[in-house]
Design a protein around this ligand. Structure first.
Ligand code: AMP
Ligand code: MG
Length: 327
């Protein structure tokens, strides 16, 4: 079995405050694929990074009550976020911007202090995605005063999709995998055994022998978790996924959700939604026919929508294979 595993070429880097990994099936194409990916990552960063004052998104957030002309890329990113809101009944909603900041996530995560003084946590519904007026025709977006857009959930995943497609079209053969902090998109012809991905709650976790591993041949996979981007204020534990109903970090039964879908952005819409929806996510995921792996607060794993049982999963040896890991 080991011998039949196809060798792949891997380039690692950093993007959006997390890890970046590009894998190609044809080693000579690695540099070209990586530079196509880097180009997309930089473009998205300039369009949608809420921590950059010079990003288009910061300009939109700072210009309420006016139709602001934006780039085609930001139109795409905001459209994806609004699509996420529609598909999830508002569980995933880009108007969480102020709530995310009020909870303490107001800088690149590396710069967010892990402990701090108590903050006042006020229950308040977020403004809601219907407040965002996007006109793709005139390429404008208009926000009411007091509404901040945060594209943290969908932008990274859409970047993986766009970057995998751009890399494939650049190299014109074989297969490509792009992982941004564990939000993974693949394009082209996969290795014969598929793209093997270790299910994990933390994208920083090392690839380990005997870990549950899943194989995908197309589309994407994404993980949302409350276990990694978390901090405390006045002894109260907080994290980065906001329940739109309360404007506070969600407190449902799942601490980690991993979903497979036709694209990475759809997988990510579903994984973030699963954390917010809690118990109701089971029915929603099954209705959406998306394979999912949910980890509850005790660490128990729940597999649904056709996600294979561990006995059916592929187990990967560390020596033979180091592809990707989940976030
Ligand atoms: P993810 O890790 O893909 O689930 O995305 C989480 C990120 O999306 C957070 O760091 C926030 O920037 C943003 N976010 C938090 N809560 C929500 C929500 N309910 N809907 C949309 N985006 C959210
Ligand atoms: Mg994600």
């Amino acid at each position: 079995m080991t011998k039949t595993r196809t060798p792949v070429a891997i380039a690692d880097g950093r993007a959006f405050g997390g890890s970046l990994r590009v894998i190609v099936t044809h080693e000579p194409d690695l540099a070209a694929a990586k530079s196509a990916v880097d180009e997309i990552v930089q473009a998205v960063d300039l369009a949608a990074n809420r921590f950059r004052e010079d990003s288009e998104l910061s300009r939109v957030n700072a210009t309420p009550e006016r139709a602001v002309v934006i780039s085609p890329l930001l139109v795409k990113l905001i459209s994806a976020a609004l699509r996420g809101a529609r598909l999830t009944g508002g569980a995933v909603d880009p108007t969480v911007g102020s709530a995310v900041k009020l909870a303490g996530y107001d800088a690149d995560f590396a710069a967010v202090p892990r402990d701090g003084m108590a903050i006042e946590l006020i229950v308040s519904r977020i403004p809601g995605w219907q407040a965002v007026v996007l006109d793709a025709g005139s390429r404008t977006v208009r926000l009411p005063r007091g509404v901040d857009i945060d594209l943290g959930a969908t932008a990274k995943a859409l970047t993986s999709d766009l970057a995998a497609a751009a890399a494939l079209s650049q190299i014109g053969r074989g297969g490509v995998l792009v992982s941004l902090g564990g939000d993974i998109a693949v394009a082209g012809e996969p290795p014969p055994e598929g793209w093997l991905i270790q299910a994990s709650e933390d994208s920083g976790a090392p690839i380990q022998e005997g870990q549950e591993t899943i194989s995908i041949r197309s589309g994407g996979i994404a993980t949302s978790s409350t276990t990694v981007r978390r901090w405390t204020r006045g002894g109260v534990a907080l994290h980065h996924i906001i329940d739109p109903d309360t404007g506070l970090p969600s407190d449902g039964p799942w601490r980690t959700a991993t979903v497979i879908a036709g694209t990475c952005v759809d997988a990510n819409i579903a994984s973030t939604a699963a954390i917010v929806m809690g118990q109701a996510a089971i029915e929603w995921l099954e209705g959406s026919r998306l394979p999912a792996r949910l980890v509850d607060r005790t660490g128990s794993v729940h597999r649904l929508g056709g996600w294979p049982k561990p006995s059916e999963s592929t187990f990967v040896s560390q020596q033979t294979h180091r592809q990707s890991r989940q976030h």
